[in-house]
Ligand binder design. Structure first.
Ligand code: NAD
Length: 266
């Protein structure tokens, strides 16, 4: 452990992964713990949260797995209350949960639109609602929202709800950043690009879009300016910086971690 987050309490929503391997939330939880943070790993899937917590415990770190659905206010409130009871404070709130559904306004059922908005956007509103008062009372805190470069432009998928929800998440991040800047609280967003994670590999829509898993891999590597997709560890590394005191003057940014994809001219 190199201690960049020594003794900070980090509450991570979506700390499991949706399949085998390293997702962004799982890698971030493990990296935070390696930097000395005490982790509360929240996931709708308790087994996934436990898997992350077990990895951390196996490395000698401190992690508590908790089951909660980020779209349910009472569950988010209870999770936050549990952390305050266990640790007395929350230094880092990391909002990783996100989903995408294929379909434009015509094809996408209204319920699916609402679901994406609830999971990707209202979730951050809810976690902020219950975490901010404690951060304000202690006079410090760092919030990290996992957005996407899909918040900046429209990609190759018919992903209208995802694009809209992530763009709104960026602006919620800025609003919180400004409202709480003079209270010692920072809010920033990370915008992952093409990252090789279980979420992508597990999406039937995406595999179908590319034709096969092999084609998905090839196309996503080729689409990256670096020639390779990113890894969950790249997202985790950016999150460590934003969560740490090294980023004390970094507030309200939308940090693309995408190998340059979002600035490439075609
Ligand atoms: N992989 C990429 O290429 C890429 C690109 C851009 C953005 N992102 C963003 O990264 C984030 C996901 O990263 P990941 O790799 O950790 O994904 P993941 O799907 O592996 O992990 C997310 C975790 O969130 C949990 N979860 C889902 N719904 C939940 C809910 N309602 N309440 C609580 N937990 C819930 C899942 O069980 C899962 O364990 C998303 O916000 C996604 O939009 C990923």
């Amino acid at each position: 452990m190199s201690g960049r987050l020594q003794d900070k309490v980090a509450l991570i929503f979506g700390a499991g992964s949706s399949g085998p391997g390293w997702g962004n939330g799982k890698a971030t939880a493990v990296r935070f713990a390696r930097e000395g943070a005490r982790i509360v790993a929240v996931d709708i899937n308790l087994e996934a949260a436990k898997e992350t917590a077990d990895i951390i415990a196996g490395e000698g770190g401190d992690a508590l797995p908790v089951a909660a659905d980020v779209t349910q206010a009472d569950q988010v409130e209870a999770a936050v209350q549990g952390v305050l009871e266990a640790h007395g404070r929350i230094d880092v709130l990391h909002n990783n949960v996100g989903i995408g559904n294929f379909g434009g306004p015509v094809e996408l059922p209204l319920e699916e639109w609402h679901k994406v908005m609830d999971v990707n956007l209202t979730s951050a509103f809810l976690t902020c609602k219950y975490v901010l008062p404690g951060m304000e009372a202690q006079g410090s805190g760092a919030i990290i929202n996992i957005s996407s470069i899909a918040s900046l432009g429209v990609g190759m998928f018919p992903y209208s709800a995802y694009y809209a929800s992530k763009a709104a998440l960026n602006h919620l991040t800025r609003a919180v950043a400004i409202e709480y800047a003079d209270k010692g609280i920072r809010a920033n967003a990370i915008l992952p690009g093409l990252i090789d994670t279980p979420m992508v590999r597990g999406s039937e829509d995406m595999v179908q879009h590319y034709g096969s898993m092999d084609e998905l891999e090839k196309a996503r590597h080729a689409a990256s300016p670096t020639g390779r997709m990113g890894e969950a560890w790249d997202i985790a590394a950016a999150a460590v910086f934003l969560a740490s005191d090294e980023a004390k003057y970094v507030n309200g940014v939308t940090l693309a971690v995408d190998g340059g994809l979002s600035v490439r001219m075609r």
